[in-house]
Design a protein around this ligand. Structure first.
Ligand code: PLP
Length: 225
């Protein structure tokens, strides 16, 4: 018998629980974000039926295409934007998402602040840090992260809840997770969004409060991003 997405979800939940316990952390102290990018509503329904309520999407437009129907069917769904955000999408992002993980420059912070004021709706915000300082990757440089969080507060009037990172694919993720944890401490923010299918248990050891797991639940993605 082939494992279904719901089976894989249960297995990931068990591993997350075990990793949390092994790290000496309280049960439930890390939230599983099921990353459903590139998958259709029909692929997502069984995972909702299996009890999952927190989901991550990379693209505003794609999410707006499939999630209104799913939200109409099930109360209490929480949607996280984990992909890069353009300032011309700030309006939709604030209207649609509960948490935005990818604040990484003043232009975005200003656009989000304006929309939060206009809409009277305030998603939780995380600052993405480019811990590997990769030129092609989004995120603020580690050396600027603490000052940027401070500017989000003082210049833009935004409450920042945490930090997020995506370590370089070819590297040991541990030093990146440790760096994000340290920067979050220094910035005085509680949330750490780090760890994906391949390394979420390592991230839990380094204090992840949110792990973002896609392919280990939904299966292989044919389309990139
Ligand atoms: C796609 C994606 C994930 C999930 O990756 P998997 O390796 O499929 O678990 C997590 N975080 C971000 C930012 C992503 O784009």
């Amino acid at each position: 018998m082939t494992a279904t997405a719901a089976d894989r979800l249960r297995a990931i939940r068990d591993r997350l629980e075990a990793a949390t316990r092994d790290a000496g952390r309280p049960a439930g102290s890390a939230t599983l974000i099921a990353v459903s990018k590139t998958f259709e509503a029909d692929d997502i329904r069984p995972v909702i039926a299996a009890g999952q309520r927190v989901f991550g999407e990379n693209r505003v437009q794609e999410a707006m295409g499939k999630w209104p129907a799913l939200r109409a069917e099930t109360d209490g769904l929480e949607l996280h934007l984990i992909g890069p955000l353009q300032s011309n999408k700030a309006r939709e992002a604030v209207a649609f998402f509960d948490v935005i993980h990818t604040v990484d420059r003043d232009k975005i912070a200003a656009a989000l602040a304006a929309e939060i004021a206009r809409q009277g709706r305030a998603p939780k915000l995380l600052v993405q840090v480019n811990t590997g300082e990769e030129p092609q990757k989004a995120g603020i440089a580690p050396a600027e992260a603490v000052a940027f969080v401070e500017r989000c507060r003082t210049v833009h009037g935004l409450a920042v809840a945490g930090l997020m990172c995506i370590p370089p694919v070819e590297e040991n993720p541990s030093p990146h997770f440790a760096l994000l944890d340290e920067l979050a401490d220094r910035a005085g923010v509680p949330l750490r969004s780090m760890g994906m299918s391949a390394d979420f248990e390592t991230a839990i050891r380094h204090g992840a409060t949110h792990v973002r797991v896609g392919s280990a639940i939904f299966g292989h993605r044919d389309t990139p991003a």
